[in-house]
Design a protein around this ligand. Structure first.
Ligand code: AMP
Ligand code: ZN
Length: 461
């Protein structure tokens, strides 16, 4: 039984899907104006681990992740430059930037084995749905039109701050959570549903016709409109980083529940941040690293995935090159270890059950990793260990089967060298056999002379 910490109730709860046939699952995706950083990827790996655990438990999932390609301002409030329009002059420029970074994002998530979402809707393809929702919010008295925008009236929302569990007055508002004092607003915290391209946004490039004149949607409405379209008014799970609890997820709840009159999401899962030098990794801080930086240092992107699995998602994780190198070494040791295992074994029940319990216990991946190493070090047969670790890898996503298969495909020149070396040993030409051993090492292979004959191992370093 899957147990998860639900930010909404601030407690660990047993996960009960709304429908047995399919779990509805939404994760806030990237704003495609630049490459994502490894901090963003930590949160996406959390979503992926949850996705994989649900599948591991035999559930069917509809996993939706949005692509923000419109209207995300540099501030999380209602002001600032639109990130998408930095350096752009025309709509074509904006869409070219969006395409470039959407492709880069898809390549990144593939490199760290994030299962492709079932739907990847773009905000710019769902303007009609956003306008319809805003109109309905106005009709129902949750929103009002002002001279420069349509605002959501937070005083009309039922328990507006239920996700953060404190009053707005008691909240310490950080840089990402500032309030814009605007004489057009009824309450300081009212947020924009639709920006009119007048005044401060007169020159905004992306604009659409609406009942309130030309303009563009606020950042929060896209997630409400697209989750509704693909998952319905009420669905199971919503994931994001802790910084999105307020204002983004708080506003999603206000919009969606105002619109439907029903509960929006049953379980809200929030991942802690990746830190660097003990501060949050963020674009705005200029302290971020992309996956490409990791690859350029000769590190396997999956070593970064492994690193994130060694800390619990609700704990902060401080990024250092030393810890990433240690993760790379651990992953190489794992690859090395399993590469010579024979197949056709059976899963080891004791370890399989312990692993399943750990990952279902609020996604306790550090414990899952520890169980995996205990299993590797146990005195079970190698073929049973292989079957068991392939089972674990459905959740871990470390490419174990692929690495094991590749290792079986020994290049012809390597197997010829092994034959030559065996022949040299038969005629006791040890100088030649040592020479061939060196050649094999240069090609990344190690030979072991065992009573059962020569064993070849690919080296992972
Ligand atoms: P953003 O592009 O800032 O909206 O972030 C996209 C996703 O990455 C959100 O779920 C954020 O909460 C998450 N995120 C941003 N920075 C970090 C970080 N340093 N560590 C973990 N997650 C982050
Ligand atoms: Zn969102």
């Amino acid at each position: 039984m899957l147990k998860l910490y639900n930010s909404l109730s601030r407690a660990i709860e047993t996960f009960k899907p709304i429908k047995k046939s399919e779990v509805g699952f939404y994760s806030c995706g990237p704003t495609v104006y630049d490459n994502v950083h490894v901090g963003n990827l930590r949160t996406l790996i959390l979503a992926d681990v949850l996705h994989r655990v649900l599948k591991f438990d035999g559930l069917k999932i509809n996993f939706v992740m949005n692509i923000t390609d419109v209207g995300h301002l540099t501030s999380d409030g209602d002001s600032g430059q639109d990130k998408m329009e930095k350096n752009a002059k025309t709509v074509e420029d904006v869409m070219a930037v969006a395409k470039k970074y959407t492709d880069a994002f898809l390549a990144d998530i593939k490199a760290i084995n994030i299962l492709t979402p079932d739907q990847l809707p773009k905000a710019s393809d769902h303007i009609k749905e956003q306008i319809e929702m805003i109109q309905s919010l106005i009709d129902k008295g949750f929103a009002y039109e002002s001279t420069d925008a349509v605002y959501f009236d937070i005083s009309k929302a039922k328990d507006y701050t239920k996700l953060i569990g404190q009053n707005l007055e008691d909240m310490k508002l950080g840089a990402r959570q500032e309030v814009v004092k605007d004489p057009n607003k009824h309450n300081d915290h009212d947020f924009v549903l639709w920006f009119k391209t007048v005044g401060r946004y007169e020159h905004h490039i992306q604009r659409w016709q609406s009942p309130w004149g030309e303009g563009f949607p606020g950042w929060h409405i896209e997630c409400s409109a697209m989750s509704r379209k693909y998952l319905g008014d009420h669905f199971d799970l919503h994931v994001g980083g802790v910084d999105l609890k307020f204002p983004h997820h708080t506003n999603e709840i206000a919009q969606s529940e105002g619109f439907s009159g029903k509960q929006f999401v049953n379980y809200w899962i929030h991942g802690e941040h990746l830190l660097i030098d003990q501060g949050k990794m963020a674009k705005s801080e200029g302290n971020f690293m992309t996956l490409q930086t990791v690859i350029d240092k000769g590190i396997n992107p999956l070593a970064y995935r492994y690193l994130t699995l060694t800390s619990h998602y609700r704990s902060k994780l401080n990024f250092t090159w030393d810890s990433l190198t240690a993760a790379q070494n651990a992953l190489n040791n794992l690859y090395q270890e399993i590469s010579s295992y024979p197949n056709e074994g059976k899963t080891i029940q004791e370890f399989s059950a312990a692993f399943k319990d750990a990952v279902n216990d609020d996604l306790d991946m550090p414990k899952g990793i520890a169980i995996m190493w205990d299993m590797i070090k146990s005195d079970n047969s190698e073929q049973d260990k292989l079957a068991t670790i392939f089972e674990f890898d459905k959740v871990l996503g470390l490419d174990l089967e692929k690495v094991w298969m590749t290792n079986k495909e020994i290049p012809v020149e390597v197997s010829n060298l092994v034959k030559d070396r065996d022949n040299a040993r038969t005629v006791r030409d040890f100088a030649k056999s040592d020479e061939i051993r060196k050649q094999l090492e240069e090609k990344g292979y190690e030979v072991d002379d065992t009573p059962d004959g020569t064993k070849l191992k690919k080296k992972f370093r």
